[in-house]
Every structure is written in structure tokens, then in C-alpha cells.
Design a protein around this ligand. Structure first.
Ligand code: DAH
Length: 367
């Protein structure tokens, strides 16, 4: 048999010198593959006398495992080297200017999120969040909608099975509105509370003005002496700022929501003609949001004493606001990801919305 010590030296030297993963793999096959050098030597053991075979087998096994060790450690070194080379190669210089033909657009819904946050941020609201997948306690019960409440049927809810329970009341939902964030906020924080909660909401509905996933913003203000007058002032300032108008007729109609008492819907004045809708003037009205004084049961469910605190809440459909403000006729087009649509209705990324710098900046979709 060959001098195995010498052979081990030679083979490990070759392995350590392998320049890349490909060369290393070729070496592995040449040494340990079906017709590899060590494999062939192993095959030769059969022809040896029993006594010699035992000793030679042991020596070959040691040789084999030494070579395997060398292969493994070279592999680790090469992997790190290749990763570093790849990272260096893929480095992007983020300080380079955007190539005009590659510039993307901000989706109108994202723009509306920014605008609404800028307006309420200026009024001292902070942004709160909640999960898209909710339990029924937060989505319904705590909002004064116990099981079998008729308002639950109105919402065309998508239910998600609960793997831990067969009971229908324990199943999860994808939230049907942003109102559960009211409860989640109260659970975390005692008044004073002044938050908005923009986010995704879901209902089984599909036509030109409804999509299964849509967006809302919730508002919640709680303190010791918050009244309906605060609600009206706050929402009036909001619609003026949002539609970028100095003056806008508004009215409140009595309504019903289980989680507010009294409840109202806010309309804004507009002029509806055959092919046009002009906001802020005229004798027609457009419903724009739901609001009211937080129901004492809701305060209790959130762990807030209704004998000490009261407040107001509101909920607005953001997609509808985007359609109204930017004259987009069909909601379904929002979610088709058609690049031509995005180019037409989208916004330039660096036009950040702010109350001082301008909300929509160019007063409409960037063309
Ligand atoms: N959650 C209601 C809906 O989705 C909207 C709403 C109405 C929210 C009145 C409120 C509110 O906070 O006070 O239809």
C-alpha cells in the first residue's frame, strides 16, 4: 500500500489549495467519489490477507476521515469568501440619484394615510395600531356587540377557525373595522387618550365602491370633560384640512352605532352633476364618516370608569376619501397593481405630506 502519511499530506494540501467551491467539489469526487482515489484503495482491501486487511483498513479509515475534515474546513472558508464577494458585488450606492425611468409612485391609499396622519398629528393625536386578525371580544363584544347582536350580521365578517376550539364564538375574524383598536388602546393606557388608528379592514363585499380589503381610520379622544362640541370642532377642522378648503358646509345626522351614544353621521356639502362632483359648494350632501360619544359599556370593557371619563370616537373609510379627493371612480382598480394606473394616480415619493409644506402638494395626483 502507498505511504498513507505522505498521501494524507498531499491530499490535504490539494484540498486547502482549492480555489473555489467548484474546484473543491471536483476534488471531493476525485478522492471520495465512486471511482475516487481513497474509494479505489478501499476496494483493494478485499484482496488482502485477513491479517494485513485489518491494519490497512484502520489506516485507510483514518486517512479518509482526515481528508473529510480538510474538505469540510475548506468548504467553510470558501463559503464565507463567496458570500463576502457576493455582498460586495451587490452593494448599492444609495446616495446615487434615482434614475427617472425607474422612479416609482406612492399609491393614493398610502398618500391618504400620510395626509390623515399629518392632519391629526398637528392636532396632537398619536398613531395606534392593532392586529388584522382579531378575536371576537375586541372586534365585537367589547364594542357593545354581544353574540347574536344584529349589527354583527351587517358586517359580512370573514371568520378564521380557532385551532384550539370548536366553539363558533371562539373563532377569530379579520377585523371588520378599526374600532377594536379603541379597546386595545384603552387596555394599555388610561386617559387622557387622543389617538388615530389607520389600517386595513375586511368584509365580504365586492363592487365599484367595495373591496374585500379596504382601509379605515379610527379616532378616539377620552378625557374628563370631552363633549360632542369637541367632536364637531375636531372633525370640521379635519375635513377642511383634508379637502384643502377654507370653508366647507357640514352637517351631522343622528345615526346608530352600538359603540357610541349618541351616534351621528357627518355629511359634507357638495354639488353633484352628471359627470362631476364638486366638494365644498352646492346643495347636495355626501356622507363621509360615522362618529359619536363613546358608549359607557365600551369604556367599561376597556377598563375605564365611565363615571369619571367620557369621550368621542369616529371612523372614516380611507379609500372612499381617496376616491373623492382624487377623482378615482372605481375602488377595485386600487388593488390591481396596474403600473399605468399607478403612474396616473400615484404621487411623487419625495412630496411628503405636511400641514406646513402642503398635504397633496400639487393639489391632486401627480401626472
Ligand atoms: N366602525 C364603524 C364602521 O366600520 C365606523 C364607526 C362609526 C367608527 C362610528 C366609530 C364611530 O368609531 O364612532 O362602520
Amino acid at each position: 500500500m502507498e505511504n498513507t502519511e505522505q498521501l494524507q499530506k498531499e491530499l490535504t494540501a490539494e484540498v486547502t489549495a482549492a480555489a473555489d467551491m467548484k474546484a473543491l467539489e471536483e476534488l471531493r469526487v476525485a478522492i471520495l467519489g465512486k471511482k475516487g482515489r481513497i474509494t479505489e484503495m478501499m476496494k483493494g482491501l478485499g484482496a488482502m490477507p485477513a491479517e494485513e486487511r485489518k491494519e490497512a483498513g484502520k489506516t485507510l479509515n483514518i486517512l479518509k476521515s482526515k481528508v473529510e475534515e480538510a474538505l469540510e474546513s475548506r468548504k467553510q472558508v470558501l463559503e464565507v469568501q463567496e458570500l463576502n464577494a457576493k455582498l460586495a458585488d451587490e452593494k448599492i450606492d444609495v446616495t446615487l440619484p434615482v434614475r427617472p425611468e425607474k422612479q416609482g409612485r406612492i399609491h393614493p391609499v398610502s398618500k391618504i394615510f400620510e395626509e390623515v396622519t399629518a392632519i391629526f398629528g398637528e392636532m396632537g393625536f398619536s398613531v395606534a395600531e392593532g392586529p388584522d386578525i382579531e378575536d371576537q371580544f375586541h372586534n365585537f363584544n367589547a364594542l357593545n356587540m354581544p353574540a347574536n347582536h344584529p349589527a354583527r350580521q351587517m358586517q359580512d365578517t370573514f371568520y378564521i377557525p380557532n385551532p384550539d376550539s370548536e366553539d363558533k364564538d371562539d373563532s377569530f375574524v379579520v377585523r371588520t373595522h378599526t374600532s377594536p383598536v379603541q379597546i386595545r388602546t384603552m387596555e394599555k393606557q388610561q386617559p387622557p387618550i387622543r389617538i388615530i388608528a389607520p389600517g386595513r379592514t375586511y368584509r365580504s363585499d365586492y363592487d365599484a365602491t367595495h373591496t374585500p380589503m379596504f382601509h379605515q381610520v379610527e379616532g378616539l379622544v377620552i378625557g374628563k370633560d370631552i363633549t360632542m362640541a369637541h367632536l364637531k370642532g375636531c372633525l370640521y377642522d379635519f375635513v377642511k384640512a383634508f379637502f384643502e378648503l377654507d370653508n366647507i358646509p357640514v352637517r351631522y345626522r343622528p345615526s346608530f352605532f352600538p359603540f357610541t351614544e349618541p351616534s351621528a353621521e357627518m355629511d359634507i356639502g357638495c354639488l353633484k352633476s352628471k359627470n362631476e362632483l364638486k366638494i365644498g359648494a352646492g346643495t347636495d350632501w355626501l356622507e363621509i364618516l360615522g362618529c359619536g360619544m363613546v358608549h359607557p359599556n365600551v369604556l367599561c370593557a376597556g377598563g375605564i370608569d365611565p363615571d369619571v371619563y367620557q369621550g368621542f370616537a369616529f371612523g372614516v373609510g380611507l379609500d372612499r376619501l381617496a376616491m373623492l379627493k382624487y377623482g378615482i371612480p372605481d375602488l377595485r382598480t386600487f388593488f390591481e397593481s396596474d403600473i399605468r394606473w399607478l403612474k396616473h394616480y400615484g404621487f411623487v415619493p419625495l412630496d411628503i405630506s405636511s400641514m406646513t409644506g402642503g398635504l397633496s402638494n400639487n393639489g391632486g395626483a401627480a401626472r
